[in-house]
Write a new protein. Structure first.
Length: 306
């Protein structure tokens, strides 16, 4: 959000006709939208996702989506194509089902999926949600992972550690995921922050309700207790023995949960958590060598616990 504001102030962003923004996930987004509307003197719509996931909240969010549609219809002079939206939601349903298949395959020991696949899948989901190309991409990964699982082939010759990771990895250190896998025999088996959207049920005949339930599948906007329960459940289902938390300094929401999650993982599941302080886009905050040293110490700890 800071970079978006800076670009707007310097005049680097193209002048928009309108703004649509939400409180998912970062509360900074809310204030950013307010400021951009004033800066550009353009109309805007704030999509409010309620705090609690219950039927009242779902119905409220459906009404918010309806109001958003009215806003866009007035802005563009065009009516919503409900048939097209249903087609898009059908693609979403199909990609969600394949994503779930991949999650189930990742429970296999040894792990049949390489560490970088999940970040690739999430970025594809952000860019191609609702597109048929996302279904094709997920199927390609599913087939690759399924073949390896059926053959009993892991992504490393000798799997030593199974890990959960939290939040996004630093964009400039994706190769570090390869080092974790190849040098330490450590495989990432689940990323609780990045995958909960697939838990929302999708019915193309009820597109707005499906969008609302998909939105509520994200645990970051709402009470933390359900997310903690999910994490502990995934430790057991994926047979994880350690966790890594990529603590991005720019995210107040996720960093505020670190102590709670770290304590819960140790007390309820008996596994340690490594917290890696970082900036997702700025390598000067914490170098790759510093992170690698921390990771090496952590893997030594996991070795001692075996």
């Amino acid at each position: 959000m800071r970079s978006a504001l800076a670009q707007a102030i310097r005049g680097w962003l193209p002048r928009p006709d309108a703004f649509v923004w939400s409180n998912q996930v970062c509360d900074l987004t809310t204030k950013t939208g307010d400021y951009l509307v004033k800066l550009y003197d353009r109309p805007g719509f704030y999509l409010d996702r309620p705090y609690r996931n219950n039927e009242q909240g779902v119905q409220y969010f459906i009404r918010e989506l309806e109001e958003l549609i009215h806003f866009l219809e007035d802005l563009t002079g065009r009516k919503m194509d409900w048939g097209r939206l249903s087609e898009i939601m059908e693609n979403t349903r199909r990609s969600t089902e394949v994503f779930r298949e991949i999650c189930e395959l990742r429970k296999t020991v040894p792990s049949p999926m390489r560490n970088q696949h999940m970040i690739e899948m999430i970025l594809a989901q952000l860019l191609l949600s609702g597109a048929p190309e996302l279904v094709t991409f997920y199927k390609a990964i599913r087939d690759e992972v399924k073949e390896a699982a059926e053959k009993g082939e892991g992504v490393v010759p000798q799997e030593r550690h199974r890990l959960l990771t939290f939040f996004f990895y630093p964009a400039y250190l994706w190769k570090l995921l390869d080092a974790i896998q190849s040098e330490y025999g450590a495989v990432v088996v689940a990323e609780p922050h990045l995958s909960p959207w697939c838990e929302g049920e999708v019915d193309p005949a009820k597109p707005l309700e499906s969008l609302a339930r998909k939105a509520f599948a994200l645990y970051d906007t709402g009470p933390l207790e359900p997310f903690v329960d999910k994490v502990i459940r995934e430790v057991r289902e994926y047979k994880a023995e350690g966790a890594i938390y990529w603590a991005h300094i720019g995210c107040r929401q996720t960093c505020a949960t670190i102590r709670i999650l770290k304590d819960a993982l140790l007390e309820k599941a008996g596994i340690p958590t490594l917290v890696v302080d970082c900036d997702l886009a700025d390598p000067t905050y914490s170098s790759g060598e510093q992170m690698k040293d921390r990771l090496e110490e952590f893997f030594e700890l996991l070795d001692e616990r075996k």
